[in-house]
Ligand binder design. Structure first.
Ligand SMILES: [Zn+2]
Length: 402
């Protein structure tokens, strides 16, 4: 059983650690205010935690007059977090500091359909290599967060009937990694982790927002009242199979015209191949000839260079996703929608098409203050989210592996 450095702290001390983590370099005064502690109580607690090596004072903040307040952060000497982001066709692993700074990171292509045995064996090797690179051993790991592209039973840390990765159904990622690490291991859907990453970046300043990931599939992370909302069975936000055209093509889920089969990465590639083979676009025909296939990114590049067929494809995908999004915006009334995943590499035209479609179809009341933008964390949103999950949950369970 793992003994986390914070396993013996009082409830007040734990609250202070959590607040420090979420406020990422906040001032001691701000921290006391957030917690509703008197200044003297906060100062005594902070002094105790600095003494025990839990917190560190990190330089000075720009002053608004008077004595300059010290910024507080978790003591990086306590250990590190490991974030794993398993995508449908990629694998990212990182070692992160307790302020979620990336200490070492590796990204490589992977095929999630190869099954958990193959993919997790690689994860295990990569974590070990990255720790060596950082000069650390397994005992320094305080928590591991893993994101996977499918619905997850969060309590059990298992995938439930995942359409993109059938071999992973009910496989225990936690048991597999537990052989190497005493630290607690947590598994969640990749889009939920992106939402958690954004929540941390925003220092919880927004309470109700959505993160849409468009890659091989389409999913939605929901932040409701400042928490990631997972639903009754963990499948909240599974928006990829919302129908946008009853006469559309058949989706791998068996239904017709799901937004995922019509507008996600593979659909964009398919439309581009058709345009290239049908003589509608010289640019994409050239790409096809040179590479043997066309990636969604190539469509974005052709579109930015003014290719009309590429423009039409980007418009169509953005418009269909906007159509789906309009319904959930009406239903949920978020203040912000952040779009992430491979689709962001296509560029601004896609975002413009999504916006136009949402504003056209949503009710005025739900879009009056709505902002739709690409996720500011970019390609690292999933990894940062995995780190946040590892830290948040490790604090919650006091470092004892569930
Ligand atoms: Zn479907």
């Amino acid at each position: 059983m793992a003994i986390a450095p914070w396993s013996r702290l009082s409830a007040d001390e734990m609250q202070l650690l959590r607040t420090t983590f979420w406020s990422a370099g906040g001032s001691r005064h701000g921290m006391a205010e957030q917690l509703g502690f008197s200044r003297s109580k906060a100062n005594a607690l902070i002094a105790g935690l600095v003494e025990q090596g839990m917190l560190a004072e990190a330089g000075l903040q720009p002053s608004s007059g008077g004595r300059r307040p010290e910024r507080l952060q978790l003591n990086d000497g306590l250990g590190v977090l490991v974030g794993v982001d398993v995508g449908a066709t990629s694998l990212d692993v990182a070692v992160l500091g307790l302020g979620l700074q990336v200490l070492a990171h590796v990204s490589e292509p992977a095929e999630v359909r190869d099954g958990p045995g193959v993919v997790l064996a690689r994860v295990r090797v990569l974590i070990r290599q990255l720790l060596v690179q950082c000069g650390l051993d397994a005992r320094k790991v305080l928590g591991i967060g893993v994101g996977v592209p499918g619905p997850v039973n969060f309590e059990r840390g298992q995938l439930v009937n995942p359409p993109l990765m059938p071999a992973w159904d009910s496989f225990s990622i936690r048991d597999y990694l537990r052989e190497d690490y005493a630290a607690p291991i947590f598994v969640d859907n990749d889009v939920n982790l992106m939402a958690l990453g954004e929540l941390w970046r925003l220092k919880r300043s927004l309470s109700n927002f959505l993160v849409i990931k468009v890659g091989t599939g389409i999913g939605c992370g929901i932040v409701c009242h400042g928490e990631v909302y997972r639903g009754a069975a963990g499948s909240a936000g599974d928006v990829g199979h919302i129908c946008v055209d009853q006469d559309g093509p058949r989706c791998h889920c068996g239904n017709l015209g799901c937004v995922e089969v019509m507008a996600a990465g593979p659909a964009i590639t398919r439309m581009a191949m058709e345009a290239a083979e049908g003589g509608e676009s010289q640019a994409m025909a050239d790409t096809l000839k040179a590479q043997g296939r066309i990636h969604a990114e190539d469509v974005g590049q052709a579109s930015r260079a003014g290719d009309a067929a590429a423009n039409a494809i980007v418009q169509r995908a953005g418009s269909l996703i906007g159509q789906m999004l309009a319904s959930i915006v009406n239903f949920f009334n978020p203040s912000h929608v952040f779009i992430g995943g491979g689709i962001t590499r296509i560029g601004p035209l896609f975002l413009a098409a999504v916006r136009q479609s949402v504003y056209q179809r949503s009710l005025a009341l739900s879009t009056r203050h709505l902002e739709i933008q690409y996720t500011p964390l970019g390609a690292q949103a999933g990894l940062i989210g995995a780190g946040v999950l590892a830290m948040q949950e490790s604090l919650r369970v006091r470092g004892v592996a569930p």
